[in-house]
Ligand binder design. Sequence first.
Ligand SMILES: Nc1ncnc2c1ncn2[C@@H]1O[C@H](COP(=O)(O)OP(=O)(O)O)[C@@H](O)[C@H]1O
Ligand SMILES: [Mg+2]
Length: 261
Amino acid sequence: MKLSAHGLRRTYRSGEVTTEALRNIELTVQPGEFVSIVGSSGSGKTTLLNTLSGLDTRYEGSVKLGDQELCELSEPQLAQLRHRHVGFVFQEFNLLDHLTTTENVTLPGFFGPRGDDNPRERAAQLLERVGLGDRLRARPPRLSGGQKQRVAIARALFCRPSIVFCDEPTGSLDRDTGMSIMRLFNELNDSDDLTLVVVTHERHIADLARRRIVLEQGRIIEDCQQTPRWPDDDTDDDKQQDGDDAYDDAQSGAGHREVGT
Ligand SMILES: Nc1ncnc2c1ncn2[C@@H]1O[C@H](COP(=O)(O)OP(=O)(O)O)[C@@H](O)[C@H]1O
Ligand SMILES: [Mg+2]
């Protein structure tokens, strides 16, 4: 499902204070893309994610998911659109501690028609997919941060979304664990053709997506395709390792181009 924003602005008003959190955003994400949005704290990343995903429709300009202008939908229509097509992953996992991993993953099925005939079986398959096939009955307090985020990812996939939005999904994880979560996203993007939009303030995380968008003070200042920069231990098998130019080119992000705002 294609995602597009044109002339997108979002201004927060509280009393005398107005904050222009997004200014004239132009953006199209094609089905199957893996995009990172990176910027410092306060640059507008969460605001952008919320407006693109239909959580916040108090914007000016246009945001379309497929053909739907999001601010024209009623709240129930929006909820249905999100339920059918959109998954979310957040920094803090948002799992229910008293439920098992399997039960956490099946939760979205209770909120709309896309529940499965056999939700527990689907949850088990998804937990297997994210590497937790042996923790189907564990409760979140017994899991590590990385494992909790894997459960949250399985939950985000439960209703078979076409696009998943992630707000700082590695923000509560150490570097290596964050990397392993990004590898999982990469696999899901590769093999399941899932569209991914990942917000982060960490450049090394943003470097792992196939396209990187840089936000600064509510504006897109850079939007480029890139060769994902995985740590050295995971360079692709088809690249030669003996310091040849092909590898160096790949690392310097061949295909870089800047796009106006
Ligand atoms: N609900 C809100 N009310 C008023 N201002 C807000 C609100 N949410 C965010 N802002 C402001 O909008 C700007 C962008 O915030 P945010 O999108 O959260 O940035 P980021 O996620 O990049 O840290 C900041 O200046 C922030 O203070
Ligand atoms: Mg944020």
